[in-house]
Design a protein around this ligand. Sequence first.
Ligand code: SIN
Length: 202
Amino acid sequence: MKPQDIIAGKSSLWIFGYGSLVWKPDFKHKRSHVGFIRGYKRLFWHGDTFHRGSDEMPGRVVTLLEEDDACTWGVAFEVTGSQIEESLAYLNIREAVRGGYGTRMVEFIPRDESQPSVQALVYIATEDNPTYLGPASTDEIAAQIAVCKGKTGYNIEYLLRLAEFMRQSCPEVDDTHLFSIEKACLAIFKPLLLAAQHRVTA
Ligand code: SIN
């Protein structure tokens, strides 16, 4: 579905983020809610050759895979008036051109039960995308994230900030895929940190 078709005649649009958008939307919006979408699982299965990796060493970033009983937590942002075109133009470069993500509409359910569910635009990368990487073991994904870096920053920053968002904004949710990769990635750096600590205190 093309974003132009989605926004035709609309004065308000919700955009759901479940990766770096949760901690760095970087577009003007009217308000935002933490919440979730049903039927999708968040996985570090997409390759990133721009923001968090390079052609030689693609980073690993999240995408969504359809799975009946799953749900994925994140943040939905409402854009209104001129913010709609501005945010879509910005996100088209950030998510589609540089990231390889396409768009879909999903139902977003806010954590705050006093707020209504809304239809939201979401960016998803599928396996027909050339930079899609697919499954790998927790240790393999962690090792790749530990060493990759792109034009926006280190791949591990992306992982740690996403895990931090989940712990702060929805502490009751156990995202086992995310937290096990975080744990494995931190274990890679532990000997280096201990060695540095030893040098400082010696
Ligand atoms: C993205 O929004 O997909 C990439 C931006 C980032 O890695 O910070």
